[in-house]
Design a binder for this molecule. Structure first.
Ligand SMILES: Cc1ncc(COP(=O)(O)O)c(C=O)c1O
Length: 385
């Protein structure tokens, strides 16, 4: 049995009737760009989060860019964000005219370490972009306290954290604005690119909607960009939204099962959830010192894994110009060679989870045999399998 990393087709089959009907209706209406389905989804998503406005965009990257333009980011101004994310979070700072300032993550949650943020603040700092990475919330109390103290805006990058909560409150409702991606593999995914920003700020929502649609329809009150959601994506998202809470619970059950089965396997660090945070497990990321060996072992067994992400952002060629050294981001740097994401999706079977466990446990056992054969039984190498 091959185990895929995600199985979007299994999810489609489980809601085929609803999705097919929604797509057929959209095609019958020829509402291909925005249109009633997109407007209905914007309203439904804003209501789900309990925010005033949802402005849909073509993808989550554009949503970040539009948000920063809307917040008035000026050339040379600095924005502090996490060293561990997908590059959309930082590339859009530069595209919007700002300067990227990276901050290391905390050792437990893979999210920005608030204790390190203030040291990065300069007179040019205007905003913070925390990322609720893998589906667990950042420490929003600490982040919002810093933002208030230094008069900074906050954009929550919620691309991986639909319906995640911090102290009972949904992520995306803390900062000035929050952005979501509906990339197909996300917890709420379209059948192509799609994204949005959400905010309670009437003016910002109005500006963003105008900017993302060529600066206004008919009367172009400014130059904008073309970042509209397709009608077909709106239809898919609207059909999927009622299932999101159930899918989130299913992901949480899968994560609990992994935790139960993998607990105690030597050398494997399981994801930890800090008190007050509700993790929605977009990704289930374990850490091990023998990551590459384990990954090969799983691949050979037909189990797909992914590295999210192969490098911490400061160490990609795109940021060579910042001349960062590993010692500046010790946590994110250490994680880049230790992380591996296991298959997780709502429809994954218990048999598949058990196979993943057996394969990981088998890697430890194979390693033990090798170590014993070389006369080093009980060494630290073995315990770090
Ligand atoms: C943390 C993070 N931010 C932003 C994005 C950008 O979203 P999109 O792919 O919809 O542009 C992603 C998507 O992968 C992401 O994971």
């Amino acid at each position: 049995m091959k185990i895929p990393f995600v199985d979007l087709h299994a999810q489609y089959l489980s809601i085929k009737k609803e999705v097919d009907a929604a797509l057929a209706e959209t095609i019958a209406q020829s509402s291909y760009i925005r249109g009633p389905q997109v407007e209905a989804f914007e309203r439904a998503w804003a209501d789900t989060l309990g925010v005033k406005h949802c402005v849909s965009c073509a993808n989550g990257t554009d949503a970040l860019y539009v948000a920063m333009r809307g917040l008035g980011l000026k050339p040379g101004e600095e924005v502090i964000t996490t060293a561990h994310s997908w590059i959309s979070t930082s590339e859009t700072i530069t595209q919007a005219g700002g300067r990227v300032v990276f901050c290391d993550t905390d050792p437990v949650t893979f999210t920005i370490d608030p204790a390190l943020i203030e040291a990065k603040i300069t007179p040019r700092t205007v905003g913070l972009i925390p990322v609720h990475l893998y589906g667990q919330s950042c420490d929003m109390d600490a982040i919002m306290a810093i933002a208030r103290k230094h008069s900074l805006w906050v954009i929550e990058d919620c691309a991986q954290a639909h319906l995640a909560r911090y102290k009972g409150k949904l992520v995306g409702t803390f900062g000035n604005v929050a952005t979501f991606s509906f990339y197909p593999g996300k917890n709420l995914g379209a059948y192509g690119d799609a994204g949005c920003l959400v905010t309670n700020d009437d003016q910002l929502a109005d500006w963003a909607a105008t900017f993302a649609r060529h600066g206004g329809k008919g009367e172009h009150i400014m130059e904008g960009i073309n970042s509209r959601m397709d009608g077909l994506q709106g239809a898919v998202l609207l059909a999927k939204l009622p299932h999101l809470a159930g899918w989130t619970q299913a992901r949480q059950r899968v994560a609990a099962r992994y935790a139960e089965l993998l607990e105690g396997i030597p050398g494997i660090d399981l994801p930890k959830v800090l008190p007050g945070r509700e993790h929605v497990y977009h990704l289930y990321v374990i850490r091990t010192d023998r990551r590459d060996g384990l990954r090969k072992h799983l691949t050979d067994a037909g189990i797909a894994t992914v590295i999210n992400y192969p490098k911490a952002l400061p160490f990609y060629p795109a940021y060579e110009y910042l001349k960062h050294a590993p010692a500046e981001f010790p946590v994110a740097y250490a994680n880049q060679s230790r992380i591996v994401s296991l298959p997780i999706y709502p429809e994954i079977s218990d048999a598949a989870i058990l196979r993943v466990r057996d394969s990981i446990a088998g890697f430890g056992a194979a390693d033990t045999k090798k170590t014993e054969a070389s006369g080093q039984a009980g060494s630290t190498t073995r315990s770090r399998a």
